[in-house]
Design a protein around this ligand. Structure first.
Ligand SMILES: *Cc1c(COP(=O)(O)O)cnc(C)c1O
Length: 240
């Protein structure tokens, strides 16, 4: 029996094994009618750059981060890799510049001021910044995200900016213990996305579902799931 601490290669193997397991759950959760697959975004907040590098070696390309400063430090350490970076945490306007410069997607746009700040700071030499509107679908006081009736106005503001590309909606439903309540929130998002697509036919992304419920989210139309714990294991605490 080998009682030595796990070697780096054993850790990488475990990471790739979990990655394959999540990918196959995603495939199996897709409704037969789905024309496209759902994209797996690896949520790497509080994970070291070395763990991101190890997961990238398993074939993972998209990574989601919650805090701009933490993400920039990791991006610097991983600049040799062709990764796609998504900001999934709330964004303050005073961080719009680094966010617009260094991310490929911002999933947490929920107010017009942010729309214009991101557009102003998106560098001319980069492709337009991909943007999702975050919706506070369960009307929680503590959550960022706009009200459903603010989506249309925000969408028009995003669409009017050449340096931004509206891709769809994102939500973090309340952690309802009853899956039926969660399904209701996911279904409400599916309807909002369908309404948005009438006026903005280019939208193709509905970001919802995390480690505990990504299969349910896919059954209700998610095209991008944000998964942390099921890939990396329990998260280290955030550094103060
Ligand atoms: C942390 C986080 C996730 C991932 O959560 P897990 O339960 O670890 O999969 C997904 N989305 C957002 C917005 C998050 O902050």
């Amino acid at each position: 029996m080998n009682l030595a601490p796990e070697s780096p290669s054993a850790q990488s193997e475990a990471l790739c094994r979990r990655h394959r397991a999540v990918q196959s759950k995603i495939e199996n959760a897709l409704p037969a009618s789905a024309r496209t697959s759902a994209t797996l975004l690896a949520v790497s907040k509080t994970q070291d750059a070395s763990r991101i590098r190890a997961l990238a070696a398993c074939g993972q390309r998209g990574f989601g981060e919650n805090y701009v400063q933490e993400a920039l430090a990791k991006q610097d350490l991983l600049s040799d890799l062709a990764l796609e970076w998504h900001l999934i945490g709330p964004l303050q306007s005073n961080k719009a510049k680094p966010a617009a410069e260094r991310f490929d997607w911002i999933q947490s746009v929920d107010r017009e001021k942010l729309v214009h700040a991101l557009a102003r700071h998106r560098p001319a030499e980069r492709p337009p910044l991909n943007v999702l509107i975050q919706v506070n679908i369960d009307d929680e006081d503590s959550k960022s995200g706009c009200a459903p009736d603010a989506i249309a106005g925000l969408a028009d503001a995003i669409a009017s900016e050449e340096r931004l590309r509206l891709r769809g909606l994102m939500a973090i439903p309340a952690p309802h213990p009853d899956p039926l309540d969660r399904s209701r929130a996911f279904e409400a998002m599916r309807r909002l996305q369908a309404e948005l697509a009438i006026r903005h036919p280019g939208v193709d992304t509905l970001s919802m579902g995390m480690s505990g419920d990504f299969e349910l989210a896919i059954a209700h139309g998610a095209t991008l799931v944000r998964v942390g714990t099921a890939l990396f294991g329990p998260r280290p605490p955030a550094k103060a």
